[in-house]
Ligand binder design. Structure first.
Ligand code: PPS
Length: 280
């Protein structure tokens, strides 16, 4: 019942209730990701925590789902069919009134390891992740597909700033005036972090599309896991776009503030240049 009421409330929110962007320590943010700043900056990471970091719309959910299946694929079916991915892999900085904060959801996780999602630029990561030498996976996606995905997401997500017309959104993206700042600064500063922090696995959305099994193997090698070739094959097919799109626990259709009548969360998930290649 609570979920139904929340959906009603969020879907009724009009554009005037959408958040404004503001400059926060040199990065454009909205208050939904800064209201809980002090709390999440003091987050106490554990050495086996795994952080999945991305610029928004770069493949966070895909990699979260892969890791969840790698570690907890044997969990009871009841849990798998009733706990959405955003509760299994909480979004650390998320703080929307009426919903549990990401930080509280992480604190409530009883799993080991805990899988944690973030879109924070590298300079905003709570210091305990570095102190505990946690494993961090960063996923980057090419700017064009990332931007298109972000535009459609902002249209349907009522807790994002209004995207406006495509032309102004396009310019804003180029100017780096998006939630979590500039795409270029994000992917570039995380890339540079690899030089000083070795427990960082930097991967690309495009490689996952091209050869999911190979990327899963690289992930496993980073995580110190050794699944059989058959297990990798099975996992690789379970996490293909069409399967995840159908899965209510992975496709965000249970989220109260997203309007799927405007656009689905899992929209295309393909490379535009691959489509072009296929056509020529
Ligand atoms: S979010 O809201 O920032 O956490 O979004 P994120 O999960 O990072 O990115 C969403 C995009 O990833 C696509 N996606 C996939 N593509 C291919 N295969 C699989 N399995 C898959 N899972 C998620 C999803 O469709 C979004 O991209 P677009 O281009 O909008 O479809």
């Amino acid at each position: 019942m609570l979920k139904v009421l929340l959906s009603f409330f969020f879907v009724q929110m009009d554009s005037t209730l959408r958040p404004e962007l503001f400059d926060f320590h040199g990065v454009m943010m909205t208050h939904y990701f800064t209201d809980n700043w002090n709390n999440y900056q003091n987050f106490q990471a554990r050495p086996d925590d795994i952080l999945i970091a991305t610029y928004p719309k770069a493949g966070t959910t895909w990699v979260s789902y892969i890791l969840d299946l790698l570690y907890f694929g044997q969990t009871s079916t009841a849990q798998k069919t009733s706990t959405p991915i955003y509760e299994r892999v909480p979004f650390l900085e998320f703080a929307v009134p009426g919903l549990e904060t990401g930080k509280d959801l992480v604190d409530g996780l009883s799993t080991s390891p805990r899988l944690i999602k973030t879109h924070l630029p590298v300079q905003f990561i709570p210091k305990s992740f570095w102190e505990q030498n946690c494993r961090i996976i960063y996923v980057a996606r090419n700017a064009k597909d990332n931007m298109v995905s972000f535009f459609h997401f902002d249209r349907m997500n009522k807790v994002e700033p209004d995207p406006g017309e495509w032309s102004s959104f396009f310019q804003r993206f180029l100017d780096g005036k998006m939630v979590f700042g500039s795409w270029y600064d994000h992917v570039n500063n995380w890339w540079k972090k690899k030089e000083s922090y070795s427990n960082l696995h930097y991967m690309f959305f495009e490689d996952l599309v091209e050869n999911t099994g190979k990327e899963i193997e690289k992930l496993c090698s980073f995580l110190g896991l050794s699944p059989s070739a058959e297990e990798v094959e099975t996992l690789s097919s379970s996490v293909q776009f069409d399967n995840m799109k159908k899965d209510k626990m992975a496709n965000f259709s249970t989220t109260p503030f997203m309007d799927f009548k405007i656009s689905p969360f899992m929209r295309k998930g393909l490379l535009n240049n691959r489509l072009i290649q296929e056509k020529t």
